[in-house]
Design a protein around this ligand. Sequence first.
Ligand SMILES: [Zn+2]
Length: 138
Amino acid sequence: MDVLNKEQRHYNMSQIRSGNTKPEIIVRKYLWKNGFRYRLHRKDLPGKPDIVLSKYQTVIFVNGCFWHMHKCKNFFMPATNTDFWREKLSANKLRDKKNYQKLKKMGWHVITIWECRLNSKKEQLLQKICNELTALLQ
Ligand SMILES: [Zn+2]
């Protein structure tokens, strides 16, 4: 009975895990698999970057297209409360820009990954980022 429960639990967890396709998780898993080690959401850095690779002096932001107003087909301006959203999202975008500038001034290399780029071609994109990171140490 105990074993069954355990197995069942394992099954449930694997189901949850496989269903977890949050863009940030995709990036983290790929980096980890390729030997890159990082810290998450460092509060002491501007914008609390999603992924911080200290060894490479690099931060990665994995941005949702809606919240960060990406100019792509994923973005839409909500039809209701439009003024509120326009203001809120514009503020997000401005804050992003300021944070990136601050980080760059502090000597960080800033990489932004858009949610919409983590599509069927994500392997290529992530490989490119791994190459970029490796090149930073050379
Ligand atoms: Zn996008």
